[in-house]
Design a binder for this molecule. Sequence first.
Ligand code: NAD
Length: 455
Amino acid sequence: MLKVMNPATGALIQELAEDGPAQVAAKFQAACLAQKAWAAGPLERRLAVIQAFRGLIAARLETLARILSSEVGKPIRQSRNELNGLLGRLDFFLGAAAGALADETVFSDPTVVERIRREPLGVVANISAWNYPYFVSSNVAVPALLAGNAVLFKPSEYASLSGLAMTQALHDAGVPQDLFQVLLGGAATGAALLEQPLDGVFFTGSYATGQRIAQAAAGRMIKVQLELGGKDPVYVRADVDVRAAAAGLADGAFYNTGQSCCSVERLYVHASVYDAFVEAFVAEVKTYAQGDPMDEATYLGAITRPSHLDYLEHQVVDAVARGAKLLLGGKVLPGPGARFEATVLAHVDHSMELMREESFGPLIGIQKVADDAEAVALMNDTPYGLTAGVYTKDQAAAEAVLAQVNAGSAYWNCCDRVSPRLPWSGRGHSGMGVVLSNDGIQTFTRPKAWHLKQA
Ligand code: NAD
């Protein structure tokens, strides 16, 4: 049985039956049949169903937010923000799908017509993370369904109740039961899913698991997309409004208790404003209330995977042993529940794991840099490549820096931001493939090239 725990209290919420290999195989067979009928129907029907799903999410928003906060430990206001953000993403998909999926005639003359038609992949796996369960699973599920695919959805074992609630809403909206099915469980269930003859694998999670997924799919000639972790840097130039930059970047580092793939994880600050920035940053972080995720005032919630607490502490101990200055926090808070103090370290460098490996928690290192060139070199000194940002009044300087940074998203005077209109993609250890934007709809299709010649 799968135990659903409340990470903020350590209490058991519910036990759920896990899907073993036999259930996974049966669900795959049923999905294959359902997919053909779904794809044969008109896009209008699929759009109407997703429109109804949007209505149900809006109507159930408060209930869903409470379930999410209870099993993930996310502060309740941030759970509501995620669900409201989901409504915006659904609006994007509903508005963009017809254009992205339409037949495209790319050439015609009196003798020949050349046309691209986008056919669904078939049955795809959606293996998902827990930190933004509605975002990461709907980024795949919704465009995959709109494009005519069947989806076998394995939510994270740390967000099973939210996975079930999302599945229920899709079914209530009119998505056929066999077309979209949820598989409950952890790594073993995910591995059993990968043994099925899938037409595509869409994974969101860590680099370590992403490697296993890629290996399991290797040689099968199916589409594999991996949305993985990040070690996202931001460079603060000398000309900034220090207080405003510190406030924005503290939020970027600590929102969702630092458990975002695009959390700010490394800060590089120009030497001339370093001391003032660090002081303003620490003052801002001290205002963040840490406590019960159900309390409206709470900004910092639980560490969702309690086993991760040791790793957060390890990064702090390693950094301090190598000369970092601990300015705030640094310790696991006493239980019950899994919480870590908001932690800020200064005088850090790249000999420390804190500045090289994903922290995925409420801690950040702030390093002093001499100029743009040093900042670029340090920002690129990582195998990850998800997002990167620059804070400055000088747009040209920001764009010059960002053009040299190897990351899928570039931010000027903002951070920790995702737009459904723009492609979301990682490089290196941050993964491969695209979700969101028109590309993130078309990725659930295979183009067929039509050459139509008059006799
Ligand atoms: P994880 O890799 O531990 O688990 C992700 C999913 O993979 C879970 O559903 C898990 O059950 C499943 N899984 C584990 N082992 C498996 C196996 N051998 N075969 C098949 N499935 C398996 O990651 P997590 O802790 O859930 O999520 C945190 C990570 O996700 C962080 O690194 C974060 O940065 C990343 N993330 C990335 C994005 C993005 O868009 N790039 C978004 C959210 C989270």
